[in-house]
Design a protein around this ligand. Structure first.
Ligand code: TYD
Length: 198
C-alpha cells in the first residue's frame, strides 16, 4: 500500500490530538503503517516556538518560525509517506493562516501573505480534516482537562480563527466535520472519510 499525508485542523479543544492518535493506533492495529505527528514540532524550531525562547517577537516573525518548523517537518513527513507510511499530522499550514491572521493582541497578519510564505515550503496533503466546533464548547474541554490555557485560547480570538478555518476549508477543499458530537461519533465519521482516501 502507498502512504498518505492526512492533516487534522481545528481550534484548541476541537479534539484533534486525541483523534489523530486514535486513527494512527487503529490503522496500526489493522497492519497499516501509520504515525501521528504534530506542529509546532517538539524539536528544533518547534521547541523554540513552544518555549518562547525567541523572546518578544512580532506576529510576522512568529509566522515565519511556524513556517520554518514546517519546512523541516514536511521533509520528514514526505520521506515517511514515500516509504508507505500513513502520516497523521495534528495542525499544518492552515493553522498559521487561521491563527496568525486572526489578530491576537490586535495585530493581524495578512492572510494572503501567510498563504504565500507557506506555499513555498509545504506539500499538499492528501486530505485535510477540519474539526469544527464553537470556541465556547472547545475551551470548555481545554478547561476540563485542567491544562494551562495558552495565549491563543481567547474566546473572541478563537471565533475569528474558526471563521478563517471555514473560509480556508472552502477555498482548499478541506473536509469539515462537526466536532461538537461525542468522540465516538466524530471518530466514526473521520474513519469513514479516511477509508475513502486510503
Ligand atoms: P497545539 O496544537 O495546541 O499544541 P499542544 O496541544 O501540543 O500545546 O498548538 C499550540 C498553539 O500554537 C495553538 O494554540 C495554535 C498555535 N499555532 C499557531 O498559532 N500557528 C501555527 O502555525 C501552529 C502550528 C500552531
Amino acid at each position: 500500500m502507498s502512504g498518505a499525508f492526512i492533516v487534522f485542523e481545528g481550534i484548541d479543544g476541537s479534539g484533534k490530538s486525541t483523534l489523530c492518535k486514535r486513527v494512527a493506533e487503529t490503522l496500526g492495529a489493522r497492519g497499516i503503517p501509520a504515525v501521528a505527528t504534530a506542529e509546532p514540532t517538539h524539536g528544533g524550531i518547534g521547541a523554540i516556538i513552544r518555549s518562547g525562547a525567541a523572546g518578544p517577537i512580532s506576529q510576522e516573525t512568529e509566522a515565519l518560525l511556524f513556517v520554518a518548523d514546517r519546512n523541516d517537518h514536511t521533509e520528514r513527513i514526505m520521506e515517511s509517506v514515500s516509504e508507505g507510511v500513513v502520516v497523521l499530522c495534528d495542525r499544518y499550514f492552515a493553522s498559521t493562516v487561521a491563527y496568525q491572521s486572526s489578530g491576537l493582541d490586535g495585530v493581524a497578519v495578512d492572510a494572503e501573505w501567510l498563504i504565500t510564505i507557506n506555499s513555498r515550503f509545504i506539500d499538499r496533503p492528501d486530505l485535510v480534516i477540519l474539526l469544527d466546533i464553537d470556541p465556547e464548547a472547545g475551551l470548555g474541554r481545554v478547561d476540563s482537562r485542567g491544562e494551562e490555557v495558552s495565549k491563543f485560547e481567547d474566546l473572541e480570538f478563537l471565533r475569528r480563527v474558526r471563521s478563517s478555518y471555514l473560509d480556508l476549508a472552502e477555498r482548499f477543499g478541506f473536509r469539515v466535520v462537526d466536532a461538537s458530537r461525542t468522540p465516538d461519533e466524530v471518530y466514526e465519521e473521520v474513519a469513514s472519510i479516511i477509508r475513502g482516501v486510503l
